[in-house]
Design a protein around this ligand. Structure first.
Ligand code: SF4
Ligand code: FES
Length: 246
């Protein structure tokens, strides 16, 4: 395939960015999107120019780093996949592909396609954990009976990889799908009960402090989430918050 790429280039957080056109040829439809970006960067480096900066790590849909807006959709046109799992067979010879960073006030651009998602880390630090005595007398988690349905629903929530596609897609830049998933994964398990009230209050307070918007039930986040995190998690977070506030 021969493609035209329109890519957001921005030198650093303080510079103005702009879309820059690149031509790339002989792209195999077996390549992943990031492999195609690697080939482009080789070409750019060989010309003595700065390669396009983008985040990536595991390249197998686990770490949530490879976040970019492709043709106006978070993680591109496929469903239930991250950018690293997106294949070039989703595109056609002669296509023009626009590639942009996440756009949200709470995710400022660092360089090109790289944004600062440390706001998510700070929300996690505010309560996305349980405190366990690891002195050697810890109860084996497998010895605590948990209804299968609860374990499965908690596991579904725990599959959130913190990529931020929900925020990037939401017209309000809301982080409630992410925070809802992180609250839900503990709210459904006995291990999460001890700190439940503080967890939800602190995580929601930090979310607001970081400048994320509110949920208005549009549901775009759920559609674009590569892990299929359900809106039910937002409802559960709201119930947990109400319970904790009374
Ligand atoms: S809820 Fe989905 S879209 Fe949002 S951070 Fe988690 S995995 Fe990414
Ligand atoms: S690089 Fe880890 S999820 Fe894509």
């Amino acid at each position: 395939m021969n493609l035209t790429l329109k890519i957001w280039r921005q030198k650093d957080a303080n510079s103005e960015g702009q879309m820059v056109d690149y031509q790339i040829s002989d792209v195999s439809d077996h390549m992943s999107f990031l492999e195609m970006m690697d080939v482009l960067n080789e070409q750019i480096i060989n010309k003595g120019e700065q390669p396009v900066a983008f985040d990536h790590d595991c390249r197998e849909g686990i770490c949530g780093m490879c976040s970019m807006y492709i043709n106006g959709e978070a993680h591109g046109p496929d469903r239930g996949v991250t950018t690293c799992q997106l294949h070039m067979r989703m595109f056609n010879d002669g296509d023009t592909i626009t590639i942009e960073p996440w756009k949200a006030a709470a995710f400022p651009v660092v360089k090109d396609l790289v944004v600062d998602r440390s706001a998510f880390d700070r929300i996690q630090h505010a309560g996305g954990y349980i405190s366990v005595n690891t002195s050697g007398n810890t109860q084996d988690a497998n010895s605590i009976p948990i209804p299968k349905q609860d374990a499965d629903t908690a596991m579904d929530a725990a599959t959130c990889i913190g990529c931020g596609a929900c925020v990037a897609t939401c017209k309000n830049s809301s982080a409630m799908l992410f925070v809802g998933a992180k609250v839900s994964q503990y709210a459904l398990l006995p291990q999460g009960q001890v700190e439940a009230a503080d967890r939800v209050k602190n995580m929601v307070a930090q979310m607001d402090l970081e400048g994320f918007g509110n949920c208005t039930n549009t549901g775009a986040c759920e559609v674009e989430c590569p892990k299929g995190i359900s809106l039910d998690n937002i409802a559960r977070m709201n119930r947990e918050l109400m319970k904790a506030s009374i």
